[in-house]
Design a binder for this molecule. Structure first.
Ligand SMILES: [Cu+2]
Length: 141
């Protein structure tokens, strides 16, 4: 049940933020549904995945980052996992001046450890313009 509790923690921290403040991403009903599917795909793809302290997972599915908004403490590693069927994605913290990741394919992973407090809005390189594929990480004590 590690998955449920870590997801719950991620969800709660996203909800605790004021609605659409700063670089936060608007989470529509459509996106919520896609993220529920992402969850199911993740559990199927990685049935033995073990939670690790200090690591928070974001799934990428159908032009969504799930969850799109996250708040983490400095030192946290955010691990983005592609649970899509065939589309590759990237993570590009453009505003923070962090270079775009490699494109990663289904079942592949990219991760980043946040050492500095601050706001990190990010994009998927190939899909932010057409599909508004964006996410937001707030790093705070
Ligand atoms: Cu993408």
């Amino acid at each position: 049940m590690w998955l449920r509790s870590s997801l719950l923690a991620a969800t709660l921290s996203a909800i605790a933020l004021p609605a659409i403040a700063g670089g936060e991403v608007e989470v529509t009903e459509e996106r919520k549904k896609a993220c529920a599917k992402a969850e199911a795909r993740f559990e199927k793809m990685f049935p033995d995945y073990k939670a690790e302290p200090g690591v928070v997972i974001v799934k990428l599915y159908k032009y969504n980052f799930c969850p799109a908004n996250l708040t983490v403490k400095p030192g946290t590693t955010v691990r983005w996992i592609n649970v899509d069927r065939r589309t590759s994605h990237s993570v590009w913290m453009k505003e923070a001046g962090i270079a775009e990741s490699e494109r990663f394919f289904p079942e592949e992973v990219w991760q980043h450890t946040f050492t500095e407090s601050g706001a990190y809005p990010y994009l998927c390189g190939p899909h932010w313009e057409q599909e508004n594929m964006r996410g937001y990480v707030k790093v705070a004590q």
